[in-house]
Design a protein around this ligand. Structure first.
Ligand code: NAD
Length: 460
């Protein structure tokens, strides 16, 4: 690994304009940051829980007062439609608030034993590294950082090379709101240099990584060397199962959003649409106008539903799966001119073992496959190494429950595509990851449980 100082240009993916140049942290700077973080963490962990909670609430309130600024920054650096970006900034605020509420509720337990008192404590881990991807820069920065801070840890956040700006702003807002110096640091830089230096640093106790499955596996292997704790939130290729007894109009109207939101750069995207044969033709008739009605264009326009892809490199990756002139059942339009645009695309490959049905494309591309019965739907849904999300459309309550139990994925929704609520657990089965974020267990995931037995027998 090199210690060479580098800079990253940040581009607006809708216009290709350079909007900032950000220095990359060298491994030596990572080392110094870990030392400072450890010192800040010792003081933070010793503070009264009520004080930590108050400061985190102040942080949440400060994010709220900068909500529009953060949303506009997300629009410019990530190309997200402004309506989505406002939701994302609000999600970061809400999670900080939720985590603040957890500080005083992070309770151990008292377990009955003979001859003494047995209690458990949740001890903070120390310095936590959060390595974030570019697809939801602001929410995912908060998902790892807010509960880790609330549980008494320090956080060093490494944002993706393409999207460091909202993370840097978030840390500055935290400092202004009263977070102690060095407790929450943001170190931009290249994954294999800055990210790797964090992963390999002995002073880092846990790595929370959100990104591709390939890099997640490398990080887990490196963490194994020192038994560093990991949470991995990785890729997905999620099913959207439409049974013949469903409200087909509703299912078809909702389907475009489930794989076009965030231009398909969504780990929870429902990119494998499985439709029961009896309603397949009707569903396709309804899907085509719904996909074509999805508004693509300037992310800053509040009526836009889909923006560009994140970068030229990523555009080439999506094209390597499906060139824009490849045969497609449905294809949308893209704006002319600059920007990393790729059209909404629906394929009907007729097989469940082609790369487009198996691999995470991470663009606005879905496949549609027919199925005969419930057994086949479940078999197709589970024919993937991933297991992050999925939807089940049916009016039959028994079937909804049966299929929800049978599909091997961490986040399922029935007659809906909703996946993320900051107060419910989120994470994947199989190669979609390890561990859970968000929800009632979010803070405990950043602690070690310590068991203490106190002998209460009288001395003789
Ligand atoms: P990526 O794996 O290329 O990079 C993610 C982060 O890891 C970036 O910050 C990158 O700089 C860093 N990184 C890369 N190589 C590294 C290394 N050797 N050591 C340490 N850090 C390194 O992923 P991406 O392209 O930024 O994001 C897209 C992927 O993220 C998709 O696969 C998507 O499904 C996944 N994702 C998962 C979730 C989830 O919650 N499950 C959420 C969002 C995105």
């Amino acid at each position: 690994m090199t210690d060479t100082v580098q800079e990253h240009q940040v581009l607006n993916p809708a216009t290709e304009e350079v909007i900032a140049t950000v220095p990359a942290a060298t491994p030596a700077e990572v080392g110094a940051a870990v030392v400072r973080a450890a010192a800040a963490q010792a003081v933070w962990a010793a503070a009264a829980p009520g004080d930590r909670a108050r400061i985190l609430r102040q942080f949440a309130a400060a994010v709220d007062s900068h909500l529009e600024e953060l949303a506009q920054l997300e629009v410019r650096e990530a190309g997200h439609p402004v309506g989505n970006a406002r939701w994302e900034a609000g999600n970061a605020r809400d999670l900080l608030d939720y985590a603040a509420g957890g500080v005083e509720r992070l309770c151990g337990s008292q377990i009955p034993v003979a001859g003494g008192l047995n209690v458990t404590f949740h001890e903070p881990l120390g310095v936590v590294a959060v390595i974030a991807p570019w697809n939801f820069p602001l929410p995912i920065a908060a998902w790892g950082s807010a509960p880790a801070l609330a549980a008494g840890n320090a956080v060093i956040l490494k944002p993706a090379e393409t999207t460091p700006l909202t993370a840097l702003r978030l840390a500055a807002i935290g400092l202004e709101a009263g977070l102690p110096e060095d407790l929450f640091q943001v170190l931009p830089g290249a994954g294999p240099v800055t990210g790797n230096a964090l992963v390999e640093h002995p002073g880092v106790a846990k790595v929370v990584f959100t990104g591709s499955t390939a890099v997640g596996k490398q990080i887990m292997a490196r963490c194994a060397a020192s038994l560093k704790r990991v949470t991995l939130e990785l890729g997905g290729k999620s099913p959207n199962i439409v049974f013949a007894d469903a409200d087909i109009e509703r299912a078809a109207a909702a389907a475009p959003g489930s794989f076009l939101d965030n231009s398909g750069q969504d780990c929870c995207a429902r990119t494998r649409i499985l439709v029961q044969r009896g309603v397949y033709d009707r569903f396709m008739e309804l899907l085509e106008p719904a996909v074509k009605a999805f508004t693509v264009g300037d992310p800053a326009d509040p009526s836009t539903q889909m923006g560009p892809l994140i970068s030229a490199v990523h555009l080439e990756r999506v094209r390597s799966f499906v060139p824009e002139d490849a045969p497609a059942a449905i294809r949308g339009d893209t704006p002319a001119g600059k920007g990393f645009w790729y059209p909404a695309t629906v394929l009907t490959p007729g097989t469940d073992d082609s790369p487009v049905t198996r691999e995470e494309i991470f663009g606005p591309v879905a496949v549609v496959l027919p199925f005969e019965d419930e057994d086949e739907a479940v078999r197709l849904a589970n024919a993937t190494r991933y297991g992050l999300s999925g939807s089940i459309w049916t009016r039959d309550v028994g079937r909804a429950v049966r299929v929800s139990r049978a599909v091997a994925a961490g986040n399922l929704s029935v007659n809906s595509h909703s996946s993320v609520r900051y107060w419910t657990p989120f994470g994947g089965f199989g190669e979609s990851g390890i561990g859970r974020e968000l929800g009632p267990g979010a803070l405990a995931a950043f602690t070690e449980t310590k068991n203490v037995f106190i002998d209460t027998e009288e001395s003789k």
